[in-house]
Structures are given as C-alpha cells and as structure tokens.
Ligand binder design. Structure first.
Ligand code: F6P
Length: 370
C-alpha cells in the first residue's frame, strides 16, 4: 500500500512522533509513506512542483524527540476558507479536484490527516469526494471531544508550569504580582492544568466568566495575610463578564486572541496597589521538544492510524480512551468542543486548595483561610 500523511493547522509538540509512529508501523507491513509539505497545500503538487517526500524509518529516525514538524504546516491557504466563526468551510472545487488527482497520481491507498477540528473538517470534504481519509487529532488546546488528551497539550502544560516557577521566584524577590497569559482559545485546559501545576493563586478560564472585583477581593485577602507575590494565570479566551479582551482585529472571520494580560495587570495593579507585571507565554507553548507523554501518545496515534487503514476504517479518527487507542467517526469527533466542566472534580479540588476563579460569590475566603 501507499500512504500519504500531512499536518495541518497550527503546529504542536508531538507531530514528528506521529510521523515516526506511522512510518514505523507502515514499514512493518512493507507499505510506503509519502509526507506532504505545508499541510493540505502539498496536495496541490504537480509533476513539475513535487511537494512531498518519501518517508522512511531512516529519514525519520528519532524525530519523535523534536519539536515542530519536519513536513511544515500552514493554517491559511487554499483549504482554509471560512465563512465566519464556527462557519462552514468552502473549498474551491478546482482545489478539491487537484487534490484528488495528486492522490491518484501517487496511487495513494490512504491519506492520514493530522490536525485539529478545522483540518478534520477539511478531511471530511476530501472524504466526500471519495478520498480514503484517516484522522489524527492534534492541538495543544486539548479541546477535541474525541480523545481524552491530544498530544502536545501536556508539553504546553509543562512549559506553563516551568515558567510559573520562574515567574514566582522573581515575583517573590520583588513582592510583585505577575499576570501570565496562556493559550487555549475557547478552552481553559492549559490555564487550569498549568496553573494548578505551577501553584497559581488565580486561574481565569473562558468557561468561568469572571468579575475583576472578585479577583481583587481575593488578592486583598492574600495581601492581608502577608502575601504579596501573586500569580494570576489568565487564558487568552477568558471573559470579563461576557467580554473578550483582544488587541487584534478579526482576521478572516477568526478572532485572533491575546491581550487580556496587559489589560488585567493594569486594572489589578491600580485596584490592589501591588506592583504588577505581565507575561504572555504565547508560542513558547507550541514550540520545543515534546515531553515523554506526548512522544508516546504521538507515536501511538501514528501507529493506530496505520491499523485503521488496514481495517479500511476510512472517515475515522484515532483517539485516546483511558489507556487505549481507539477509533471513531470524524463527524462525531468534531461535533463538539471539549471544554472544562465547571462542576468537575478538578475544578472543585482547585477551589479547595485555594485557587480563585474570579466567580466566588462569598467573600472569597475558603475554610482553609486562603
Ligand atoms: O489552536 C492552537 C493555538 O495555539 C491557540 O491556542 C492559539 O489561539 C492559536 O493557535 C494561535 O494561532 P497562531 O499560531 O495562528 O497565532
């Protein structure tokens, strides 16, 4: 068999591990793998402009430990025309036709698409014109309902946690407050996990709309107890009441998030009198080597995608369920964003250990005095 593989959308630690896993499992079956460059754009290859490479265990040796993707990726281009937030993808018919002819010319028996919900939706469009697609879910945001965890997420959490340790030490030297902005779009997983791991005092996530007054009250309580080094983790998509705070204009119907830390740090400094700085962790969360959890998950995703191809399960995506790799229809996987359940055990436990989410109705004082 001949298999194609591509990454699409934003990059994510663990993409190379998926490639290495797929190449290894394909080799075990004596199958060939072609990697397309620059996401779906690689499908627009022509004989004069070949935008793919044959991948072998030799040229993929130990890439599982490396960040980024050896194939490159794009999150704009010919395949990502959106008609608005959550809107339908409209791929031009000639682009679909060209993709089909590339798959035919290379005699591909299957195409593995490693991407987030947008890329998997494009995969469904390719499936609708008869291409044999298999999906692998990818995003640091961990917001895909299909799978317990997406690879890349734990590496992002690790980056947040390590940076909070660094920021805590300088905050403590200067008796300052640090407002730290993290990624995640409309899901608060990175803020929640990274914030708990790094001992944040306040964690603000999109799922819990917050009130600045309530955050201020909690910080005042900490101050009264003698604490002045305060760490506030704020998700880029967190909302003050109903409002998002962003510095960028909408581009192509997608809100580019970012800017809330700068706004919030000024407000909190004025209200509490504690000297405050902000730090936007930004794309550091997407870069660097994947941690072991993501290397293992990535390799397993790649190997499982080859199993699905062998079983003829086209239109399905791989997923992690507890400790096993399973599969499910892509349609089902992209139906719903996987958001933090505000009544979940982990949120309750975070509150119990003193984390403020900016929504406490009481005076913010927990039974443990925090
Ligand atoms: O979806 C992954 C993600 O990193 C989000 O957390 C973030 O909002 C967005 O991508 C950033 O995208 P870009 O790389 O286009 O700035």
């Amino acid at each position: 068999m001949n298999i194609g593989i591509l990454n699409a959308g934003g990059d994510c630690p663990g993409l190379n591990a998926v490639i290495e896993g797929a190449v290894g499992a394909a080799k075990a079956r004596d199958w060939k793998v072609y990697g397309f460059y620059d996401g779906f754009e690689g499908l627009l290859s022509t004989e004069q402009d070949e935008r793919y490479i044959e991948l072998t265990p030799e040229n993929c040796l130990n890439i599982r430990s490396t960040g980024g993707t050896i194939l490159g990726t794009v999150n704009k281009g010919n395949f990502t025309v959106k008609s608005g937030v959550g809107g339908r993808m409209e791929i031009a018919p000639e682009v679909l036709a060209k993709s089909k002819s590339t798959v035919g010319r290379l005699k591909l028996d299957a195409l593995i698409i490693v991407g987030g919900d947008g890329s998997q939706t494009i995969g469904l469009e390719l499936r609708a014109i008869g291409l044999p697609i298999v999906g692998v879910p990818k995003t640091i945001d961990n917001d895909l309902g299909a799978t317990d965890y997406t690879f890349g997420f734990m590496t992002a959490v690790n980056t947040v946690s390590q940076n909070l340790d660094r920021l805590r030490s300088t905050a403590s030297s200067h008796q300052r407050m640090m407002v730290v902005e993290v990624m995640g779009r409309h899901a608060g997983w990175i803020a929640l996990y990274g914030g708990i791991a790094g001992g944040a005092d306040v964690i603000l996530i999109p799922e819990i709309h917050f009130d600045i007054e309530k955050v201020v009250r909690r910080i005042e309580l900490r101050k009264a107890l003698g604490q002045r080094d305060i760490i506030v983790v704020v998700s880029e998509g967190a909302r003050i009441g109903e409002d998002l705070v962003t510095i960028d204009e909408e581009t192509k119907g997608e809100v580019r998030l970012g800017g809330i830390a700068a706004y919030l740090s000024r407000k909190l400094e004025t209200a509490t009198g504690i000297e405050t700085r902000y730090c936007v962790l930004g794309h550091t969360q997407r870069g660097g080597s994947p941690i072991p959890f993501d290397r293992i998950l990535g390799v397993r995703c790649g190997a499982k995608a080859i199993d699905l191809i062998e079983e003829g399960k086209f239109g399905d995506t791989v997923a992690l369920s507890r400790t096993s790799m399973i599969s499910m229809p892509i349609e089902q996987a992209v139906q719903q964003l996987h958001l933090v359940d505000i009544d979940s055990q982990i949120v309750h436990q975070a509150r119990e250990i003193g984390v403020c989410f900016g929504d406490e109705d009481s005076n913010g004082m927990h039974h443990n005095g925090l």
